[in-house]
Design a binder for this molecule. Structure first.
Ligand code: T1G
Length: 689
């Protein structure tokens, strides 16, 4: 045997245990001894049944993603599953933790699946730009039906053991000692006697398929996942399971998988999978974390309320502080309304809503924050206001409490300097809506203590956030790069592009929407206020705002909106305004193509990321990709701006940046040295090593 796979015999039931920390991935060094053990047990008269279980915190969480892109070492998972289906004696998968991807496919190769009641089961391959490549697309529909299987495989979302039992994916669920219960179940199956039909031979559920419903769902899913190849391939593979004989459908699955795994989109999505985990590896991550039991939030507005919900959703008691009772009640009412919407949508039970609301304590007295271990301010984005808040916090917060600012742009060093405890001060930049958006930029100020940083980075996972540690500069990583991406927007309009053309270039690239639609959605007045605060102007956007055209909320912005509709419609008044402003500047309109739009928006985006690396504001290029994929909708199939630069070709990016720099003289086009070195070496460097 090997240290990764062991076999025991429990009164005639063979127990095969996989032990490959941390998540029992089906690496080659697991697959080989597993195959060998099963081949022996198949013919071993001393084994009347076989249980496959895992040591550690979870059942097999999938194939080993680090092996993709390398030569496949035999036996593959498919061979193990094929072997399993030749075994006449009962085979049982004992599932705890998360049976995901190849792990669930291994379990589907068994006659039976039993699960711990708290387990989750899923086929998340689509999130890696793949499809289940171990027979999942042809076996899962045979247990749960094609429509349910389609939803699971295209969404990649896991289901609970309870739901799995209800749908026929799992035969039994247990509390307590899973292995003992699994062995007993195996014993009973052996005593009951066969024949034991492999999942691959069960066709009843497939025969029930409502093809019209299936095809309608597949079309709807395809519409929602525009630009990504994997969801379409997933749907096709499940359709094959209905339409083709098992072996043909299995062969077709393999072909679809082979195409995806070698494609750019899957490479990009696998890059993001590991990048998110790398981003959490902050210096000092193994230091003793500070105890965070109670969280204080200052400001019950949109951001403060959203942040408070994020912590309550993670089970933390929250003290929500406002300056006055009316603002406080308004904030609490908004929170209750948000939860009520989730309940009405079925994404939250009434019981869970009440449980979460029970975690809130409202206050208008700073003294009520004295027992908080973490206090986050989400007050008005003004340095003087922030300094006043932190000065008051310094006076009342308990020693060791972490004091965080939700500022989007401001200098956290300056905020920290308004306290006597700069080592406890950092930024926690949430993205609106804060209870939904996954990205959390954690701003490391000059004096922030490493254990404070590690504590908040670890806390982020507990509230379902993807944390990226960033340095102090105006706009940190995301917003600073957003400014670079948008710097040419008005120039493009003045020179002849329309808002719709620019937005279409973005949506064709894979963004959920373009900058002008986004502006209308967020409200043009926000940018207007920021520009005025910094003494900046935007010749067209300022005029729109002066005319009260703030976007969707006023029915008019860059686009016009029919009442009750969010559909952006071209507005001749806006186009006339653009032409008038251009004429004032003697700018003749010309045709502007998609390529030019990309070169003048996304190439400066990459270039600013390179400057951020140069300054050490981000520790890794992959951190920048995590920021943009989780906070700004950068298409995951392109892996983030820095990964995409490799796909696009850094040499071409530099050449076009130099062209626009020569033509406009604008600094955003001056290629950063780190970008030039990336073009030479293919590797991104950072000042932080
Ligand atoms: N392969 C290799 N390494 C993996 C891995 C995997 N499948 N899953 C996790 N890791 C590493 C991860 O990088 C991290 O490493 C450590 O384990 C802990 O992970 C043929 C083709 C299981 C829910 O997509 O969703 O099967 O940073 O920090 O928060 O059809 O890991 O410590 O060095 O995420 O407790 C399908 C991916 C694969 C599941 C646990 N399976 N994993 O979450 O820990 S493709 C997946 C997860 C496939 C078949 C197809 C999560 C988790 P390090 P972690 P966690």
């Amino acid at each position: 045997m090997s240290s990764f796979v062991s076999v025991a015999n429990e009164n005639g039931v063979a127990v095969v245990t996989i032990n490959n920390p941390p998540v029992n991935a089906l690496s080659f060094h697991v697959r080989k001894p597993l195959y060998e053990a099963l081949a022996v047990l198949r013919d071993d008269p001393a084994a009347k049944a076989i249980v496959i279980a895992c040591a550690g915190r979870t059942f097999v969480a999938g194939a080993d993603i680090t092996e993709f892109g390398k030569p496949v070492e035999q036996p593959e998972l498919r061979a193990i599953i094929a072997l399993l289906e030749t075994i006449a004696k009962p085979t049982i998968a004992a599932i705890h933790g998360t049976a995901l991807g190849g792990g669930l496919e291994l379990a589907l190769g068994c006659h039976f699946r039993v699960a711990d009641r708290g387990a989750k089961l899923g086929l998340p391959e689509v999130t890696l730009g793949l499809l289940p490549g171990g027979g999942g697309t042809v076996r899962l529909p045979r247990l749960v039906g094609a429509v349910k299987a389609l939803g699971m495989i295209v969404s990649g979302a896991p289901i609970s053991a309870g739901e799995a039992k209800a749908t026929g994916l799992v035969d039994e669920t247990f509390d307590g000692d899973l292995l003992a219960n699994a062995v007993r179940f195996a014993d009973e199956m052996a005593d009951r006697g066969g024949p034991f039909v492999p999942v691959g031979d069960r066709n009843e559920r497939l025969a029930e398929t409502d093809l019209a419903a299936f095809d309608a769902q597949a079309v709807d899913l395809a519409r929602k996942t525009r630009g990504l190849e994997a969801p379409l391939a997933c749907a096709k593979a499940v359709r094959n399971a209905i339409a083709l004989p098992f072996d043909e459908a299995l062969a077709a699955e393999r072909q679809l998988f082979a195409k995806l795994v070698s494609g750019d989109q899957s490479r990009a999505q696998r890059h993001l999978f590991f990048a998110e985990r790398e981003a959490a590896k902050v210096p000092g991550k193994d230091l003793q974390k500070r105890r965070i039991e109670r969280v204080g939030i200052i400001g019950a507005g949109t951001m403060g309320g959203g942040i408070a919900m994020a912590f309550a959703n993670g089970g933390f008691p929250v003290t929500l502080l406002e300056t006055g009772e009316e603002a406080l009640q308004r904030g609490l009412a908004m929170i209750e309304k948000n939860y009520a919407v989730s309940v009405s949508r079925g994404s939250l039970t009434e019981e869970a809503k009440q449980q979460r609301l029970g975690l809130f304590k409202g206050s208008t007295d700073y003294a009520d924050l004295a027992d908080c271990d973490l206090i986050i301010e989400a007050v008005f984005e003004d340095m003087a206001v922030k300094k006043e808040v932190f000065g008051r916090l310094d006076a009342i917060a308990k020693p060791g409490a972490i004091l965080a600012s939700n500022t989007s742009y401001l200098d956290v060093d300056a905020i920290a300097a308004s306290t006597s405890r700069p080592q406890d001060v950092l930024g926690m930049h949430f993205f609106s809506p804060a209870n939904v958006m996954k990205l959390l930029e954690i701003v490391r100020a000059e004096k922030t203590a490493p254990d404070a940083l590690a504590t908040v980075t670890d806390l982020a996972r507990r509230i379902g956030k993807v944390a990226v540690v960033v340095g102090v500069c105006h706009g940190f990583v995301g917003n600073r790069m957003l400014s670079a991406r948008g710097a040419e927007n008005e120039a493009l309009l003045l020179e002849g592009a329309t808002p719709a053309q620019v937005d279409k270039a973005f949506t064709d690239f894979g963004w959920p929407m373009g900058p002008f639609q986004m502006g209308d959605l967020a409200g043009l007045d926000i940018g207007w206020r920021n520009r005025k605060a910094r003494g900046q102007t935007a010749v067209i956007a300022d005029t729109l705002c002066e005319e009260g055209r703030f976007g969707q909320k006023t029915g008019r912005g860059w686009y016009r909106y029919e009442s009750g509709s969010r559909e952006p419609l071209a507005d001749p008044e806006v186009e006339a305004l653009i032409r008038a402003k251009a004429a004032e500047r003697g700018i003749e309109a010309r045709a502007i193509g998609t390529e030019e739009i990309i070169e003048r928006t996304l190439y400066p985006l990459v270039n600013e990321g390179a400057k951020i690396l140069e300054e050490g504001v981000a520790a890794r290029a992959s951190d920048i990709d995590v920021v943009w994929a989780n906070g700004y909708g950068f298409p995951v199939g392109k892996g983030g701006p820095m990964f995409w630069a490799g796909l696009e070709g850094a040499g071409r990016i530099i050449e076009r940046l130099e062209y626009w720099h020569q033509r406009t003289g604008r600094a955003i086009f001056e290629p950063a040295p780190v970008l030039r070195r990336f073009a030479e070496t293919g590797r991104w460097e950072s000042a932080r090593g």
